[in-house]
Structures are given as C-alpha cells and as structure tokens.
Design a protein around this ligand. Sequence first.
Ligand code: BTN
Length: 317
Amino acid sequence: MRSHQNPLKLIEILADGEFHSGEELAASFGITRAGINKYMKVLREWGLDFTSVQGKGYCLIAPIDLIKKCKIDHYYQADSRCEILPIIDSTNQYLLDKIGQLRSGDCCVAEFQSKARGRRGRRWFSPFGSNLYFSMYWQLEQGVAAAMGLSLVVGIVIADILRELSGQDIKVKWPNDLYLNDQKLAGILVELAGKTGDCAHAIIGIGVNLMMTNPDPNIVNQKWANLGKVDRNLLVARIVKNLNIKLSEFEKQGLAPFISDWNRLDNFANRPVKLLIGDNIIRGIAKGINEQGALMLEQDGKIHAHIGGEISLRGDE
Ligand code: BTN
C-alpha cells in the first residue's frame, strides 16, 4: 500500500481533469520531474488515460469523481460498513480473506483491481476510476442451496438501481448478468466459502461498466455496454442500502416475492435462446425462473427447469 501512496496522491490532484504542470507537481511532492514521470507510468499501468502537452503539463482525459467513504455515508445516512480500497487484487478476494471477521452487509469498493475475476475462470477488466467494482459479504442461514436465489435477487436489485439512476432500460440475463440493448453492462460473481454448521458464506461481487474506454480485447470478448456518467458514491450508497433490505427479505421469504420482478426485467423472456452446458447446446424459448432460481425453458412444447453453474445463455435469434 505504501508504494501506492504517491501515485494515489497524484490522482487526487489530477482528478479535477485540469492541466497540472510538471513543475507544479514535482514541487508538491518535493521530487524531480523524472520522479513525476515515474508515477505517471504507474497511472498508465492502472488504466488511466491522460494527455501531456508541452508547456501545459498533464491532464486526465476525463475528470474522476473519486469514491469517498464520507460521501457514501452522506447518501446512506448511516455507517455503510463499506471499506474503500483504492488499489486491490480483487474485492471478492479481499472479503474472502476476512471471512470470520465479517457480518452480513459488510462490503468494500475499489478504484482499481489488478486480479479481478469473472465467472468460469474469466478475468474482469478493471481500469482505475472508470467503473464500479464492489463486493458484499452475506451469511446464508439456509446453506449453499440458497446461493442461486441470492444471486438472482442481487441482479434484480442492481438492475433497478441502475434503471433509476440512468433512466435506461436495463435488464437481467439468467443467471448473473445485466444487459443494456442486448449488450453486457454488468456481471455478478457469487463465491461461496467455508461452510460452518448449516450456514454458508457468500461473497457477492459486482462489476458495472460505467465509462470504460478501450477495454483489453483479451479480457472483454463479447458485446459490452457502458451505463454512462453517474455519481459513483450515490451508486454505492444505493447498492449497500437496497442489498441489505432485499437480501434480508430474501432470507425470510425466499425467491417467491421476487419472481414478478424477474419477469419485469427479464431480457430474454419469451425469446429463443440456447443454453450452453459444457459441450451441449440446448435450444428453447426462455420462460422465466422458478422458485429455486432455475431457468424455465420451453422445449418441444414442454417446460423444463435448468440449473447449474456451467450453464450460459446466449440469444439465438
Ligand atoms: C462475470 O463474469 O460476469 C462476473 C464479473 C464480476 C466482477 C466483479 S468486480 C468486483 C468483484 N471482484 C472481483 O474480482 N470480481 C467481482
């Protein structure tokens, strides 16, 4: 963390999106301009885009509204129990390493992740300050069987928040994606850890594309969408608040009260889809979910339930 301190201080200065001269920056750090160049290189490695103009200095391509605990708590009007981690390997891993010290609802948010992961062993592109990278711990009293339902509820909660903040028609895709205009806007990764007694521990990771530019094609290899500019501190505050409310509701009542929300938001409702299960492809018409969180698929006039970690869903029109 110590070695990140000066590049992070530099970002605080550049976050306003204005030009700052090399001399001014060097003076405020008490170092040479070559030293500033070294920090700028780190910023580039973290995915920040900036211009440098002779005689004017450095300027970020876009200003950044940095995530601050005090701003989140201002919107949440309570202690959000949300830790801000400017630089981390993965917010999910950070919470996984702390299981045993966590209460349901404890969470963290990062500006940059160096080893972010997606589902099925994929990576998640996480440049500094452009998007949202968030994780929350939740104890599942009903054990691992409740994990599928929990992740569907998370999708519903996040879709509704993003709809409200952006006014756009955001949808859910079974089991764990959010879509905008048939393109992936956000992903959810629920990781389960160390069963104690009957309960299980869930780490819910959420990545939302907001202002992403030039994603690494080795990591982002499907059609993707950005939400656009939103107040990220407000977004985090809403997520913390609404997840706490809705996951408590899910714990008491299960998935049944959420089925109508799923139907309202379902990107593929009544559309032909194909399910990829290992090497198998199953074609059918998507017919929503059941109370266990299974995908209901109409095949040859009959409805079948499909559940399982390796299922993925693509439009088939
Ligand atoms: C997916 O593959 O669609 C799931 C992506 C989940 C990414 C998020 S970003 C915050 C959290 N930390 C991680 O390492 N991954 C999740």
